[in-house]
Design a protein around this ligand. Structure first.
Ligand code: UT7
Length: 337
């Protein structure tokens, strides 16, 4: 035990952050030219005004964010001993995006692997990094990079207005100030948010009807996202406050003690509702949804890096991160800067 906390809650600290946003801005007005929607509907129902998109590979965004984090941390790529990448939009089925980044930035001493936990993946990666730090790893680079425009169905007004592209990176190291996390998964909701992989045309075998395999709804073409927004919304509202509350308690504190909360940016109403549920002022929650939209796992590290850039990540502050998404999955973590 240390400071009243169990020793396995000992620590993690942020050594450096970085982010990358593509140059092309898509406004709500732009969507009115391709689907039946309006700026008023999008702002009122989501809080989104614009988002960034790009045709460049996801790993290129990841590398740009990673290099900024390295510069910010004054760390050379060779000092990294692990790279964890989170993405649902990797450019290759194999190898992992983490290995591509490792090679391209010259992090020759780092082991590298990808994590798929959709929009909660950055929190899952923080949890994994925390465990590896306890096993002797010293400098772990987490990169969340998403090229969601590549899997967006631009004929579906209920989803296409939501998503953007971005990458955020964070280098973490050991600390004695504590870290606690709460993760959860509920695969019974898997069919509410998914993108099906296109089937390969295999010779010798009869093509299988995807419906007979996974029982997911046959709602749109393989390769693009489908979401039952209302169902995911209901899950998200409960998961956000549960994860933040329980992670705070596990850390030995309460949500009221959190100085900064960086939530997944899926919908401003979800963030407002979590704030209300936890009895916290909404100003405590970082929001950039108006500028970036939903960039899946990249939302949280981009938020952290933007706060860092603004000088907000000062020592002594307690930070809460919380995400949720396809799986369905959720995760919250709390640590002291
Ligand atoms: O990051 C992964 C996790 N994702 C999320 O957490 C997203 C969670 N869900 C949501 O944020 C919300 O459910 C949405 C923003 C996706 C949708 O908002 P909503 O208030 O739940 O709308 P709805 O789906 O209940 O649809 C209400 C109406 C429907 O029309 P009818 O049936 O009432 O005539 C939709 O067809 O709004 C219509 N609609 C639109 N209208 C204009 C749906 N999308 C649009 C649109 N423009 N873009």
């Amino acid at each position: 035990m240390q400071d009243g906390r169990k020793d396995y809650f000992m620590g993690l600290k942020i050594l450096g952050t970085g982010y990358y946003l593509p140059e092309t801005i898509v406004t709500n007005e732009d969507y009115t030219r391709i689907v039946e929607t309006s700026d008023e509907w999008i702002v009122k129902r989501t809080g989104m005004k614009e988002r960034r998109i790009t045709e460049q590979p996801t790993h290129v965004m990841a590398e740009r964010a990673a290099l900024k984090a390295l510069e910010n941390a004054h760390i050379s790529p060779e000092e990294l001993d692990m790279i964890l990448c989170t993405t649902v939009t990797s450019d290759y089925i194999t190898p992992s995006m983490a290995c591509i980044v490792q090679g391209n930035i010259g992090a020759k001493n780092a082991i590298a692997l990808d994590i798929n936990a959709a929009c909660a993946a950055f929190v899952y990666a923080m949890d994994m990094a925390h465990m590896y730090l306890q096993h002797g790893y010293k400098k772990i680079l987490i990169i969340s990079a998403e090229g969601l425009s590549k899997i967006t169905d631009y004929t579906d007004r209920s989803t296409c207005v939501l998503f953007g592209d971005a990458a955020g990176a964070c280098i973490v190291g050991w600390s004695d100030k504590g870290f606690a996390s709460v993760l959860g998964s509920d695969g019974t909701g898997a069919h509410t948010l998914f993108a099906r992989r296109p089937l390969n045309d295999i010779p010798f075998v009869e093509q299988v009807d995807p419906q007979s395999v996974d029982h997911f709804p046959d709602v749109n073409r393989p390769g693009v996202l489908y979401m039952d927004g209302r169902e995911v919304y209901k899950f998200a509202v409960g998961a956000m406050s549960h994860a933040l509350r329980d992670a705070s308690v596990k850390f030995g504190t309460t949500p009221e003690a959190l100085d900064i909360i960086v939530p997944h940016q899926a919908n401003l109403r979800i963030i407002q509702s979590a704030a209300k549920d936890l009895g916290l002022p909404v100003e405590r929650f970082f929001v950039n949804i108006d500028k970036c939209g939903n960039t899946s796992s990249a939302c949280i590290p981009v938020g952290l890096a933007q706060l860092d850039e603004a000088g907000e990540l000062t020592p002594g502050k307690t930070v809460g991160l919380v995400g949720f998404g396809a799986g369905l999955v959720y995760g919250g973590c709390v640590f002291e800067l």
